[in-house]
Write a protein that binds this ligand. Structure first.
Ligand SMILES: *Cc1c(COP(=O)(O)O)cnc(C)c1O
Length: 438
């Protein structure tokens, strides 16, 4: 689309990356179920492998249906290009391995998705990439943790499950003052509620499993890069020095602003191989069409549910940046003016037993380990993901015995509240029974 007019987010969610198919006229994106693609000639094959011409070789590195999803996500996030992966965790791994190697270091917020903390502090560490976790709200601590070997800073727009909102401009300033890029996990916000590149982020990663899919059907991830970071400045030898992994190609010299995306695809996707299936890319293209309509409905439902819970005796506290008493309200107003997402935690009076009774009494809310589905979801960490921990260990990990996490879906809010009402009644009975020592 090469005219001056800039299309809005809703239009791009429907059209970006998917012009009508030139050979068949198909208006919807075809699913290219082909592992590999025929070369025009031996010369064409050689040019493709030397990265001197663009085209399809093998679906581990690129596939037309997957490319349509990548292009649409790059458009929605306002980046130069994207790389789709098999999961959110492989998006993170691919992004980090594209700019860091053994001996290098990253600085990350401590308030990250639990799987990310393990990936960074155990798996990356085993590979020789060190990670320092710092309190996500403490920019001085972020700055103090940066070393000469630091290759990136990493945070989440909205932390999972802490619900903290990152001061993205402050993180970006800290990163750029030291010549390193900022990577932001935008899973809980999606580009509808926040576009981190507009606030200085260089790379956005996302679990497409959550709201981007929105139907609980797909595991997928996406990396989008801004194209603004100076990869050739010398801080990233993987990109600014000859790469033995690609016949001594210097990615920064050869590809300029595309250096990161080219190395991520040509070397890391090639070697790690966590590619997205064309079927899943196609499902995601369908889902993205409605993302700009779904996100405001998720937020509206979450506000109604939070207001209901706030008025109840059984509820000790609510942690949602949409509420006026949240310590993250000011940051949410700035970075998430259309709403601080639809996932939040609250505390039930009565602790672990009340939590168990609450979950068991619910009918409509699905009890499972996911977020960002059109169907409302609930989990009580103390009796599920963290059940091996005693109360003291729970508190140390930031998960309290009374904490319940909600992911508010797209049902009629009155039905969600009817169900929660039944859950709270059961929780109250359990808490009373516990207090009597029965
Ligand atoms: C779920 C999630 C991930 C991991 O994504 P997968 O698709 O499950 O691999 C990463 N970050 C956040 C914030 C998540 O919620």
């Amino acid at each position: 689309m090469s005219h001056d007019h800039v299309f809005g987010l809703r239009t791009r969610a429907l059209h970006a990356g998917t012009p009508p198919d030139p050979s068949t006229g198909a208006r919807a994106m075809p699913i290219y179920f082909s592992s590999s693609f025929v070369f025009d000639s031996t010369e064409h094959a050689a040019e493709l492998f030397a990265l001197r011409t663009y085209g399809n070789i093998y679906s581990r590195i690129g596939n037309p249906t997957v490319a349509a999803f990548e292009e649409r996500m790059a458009s929605l996030e306002g980046g130069l290009g994207g790389i789709a992966t098999a999961s959110g965790l492989s998006a993170q791994l691919t992004a980090v391995l594209s700019l860091a190697q053994a001996g290098d270091h990253i600085v990350a917020s401590a308030n990250l998705y639990g799987g990310t903390v393990t990936q960074f502090t155990v798996t990356l560490k085993r590979m020789g990439i060190d990670c320092t976790l710092v309190p996500g709200d403490d920019i001085d601590a972020v700055r103090a943790a940066i070393r000469p070997q630091t290759r990136a800073l990493y945070t989440e727009t909205i932390g999972n499950p802490a619900g903290n909102v990152s001061d993205l401009e402050a993180w970006a300033d800290a990163a750029h003052a030291h010549g390193v890029p900022l990577i932001v996990d935008n899973t809980f916000a999606t580009p509808v509620l926040c576009r981190p590149i507009e606030w200085g982020a260089d790379i956005v990663v996302q679990s497409a499993t959550k709201f981007l899919s929105g139907h609980g059907t797909v595991i997928a991830g996406i990396i989008v890069e801004s194209g603004k970071f100076p990869w050739g400045a010398g801080r990233h030898p993987l990109l600014s020095q000859p790469s033995p992994g690609y016949h001594d190609m210097n990615f920064a010299e050869t590809f300029g602003e595309y250096a990161f995306l080219m190395r991520a695809r040509a070397e890391v996707m090639r070697d790690v191989g966590a590619c997205l299936s064309p079927m899943n890319a196609w499902l995601l293209l369908q889902s993205l069409e409605s993302l700009p309509l779904r996100m405001p409905a998720h937020v509206a439902g979450a506000r109604i549910v939070a207001d209901f819970l706030r008025g109840r005796d059984e509820v000790a506290w609510i942690n949602y940046a949409e509420l006026d008493d949240s310590p993250y309200r000011a940051l949410a107003r700035k970075y998430l003016p259309a709403g601080a997402g639809a996932i939040f935690t609250f505390g039930l009076r009565g602790g672990r037993e009340a939590g168990r009774a609450f979950i068991e009494a619910l009918e409509l809310w699905s009890h499972l380990a996911n977020v960002g589905d059109g169907k409302s979801l609930v989990i009580h960490p103390a009796t599920t993901t963290h059940q091996q921990l005693d109360d003291e260990q729970l508190r140390a990990s930031g998960v309290t015995p009374e904490m319940v996490r909600l992911s508010v879906g797209l049902e009629d809010p009155a039905d969600l509240i009817w169900d929660l009402e039944n859950g709270l009644r059961a929780a109250r009975t359990a808490a009373e029974r516990e207090a009597l020592g029965a």
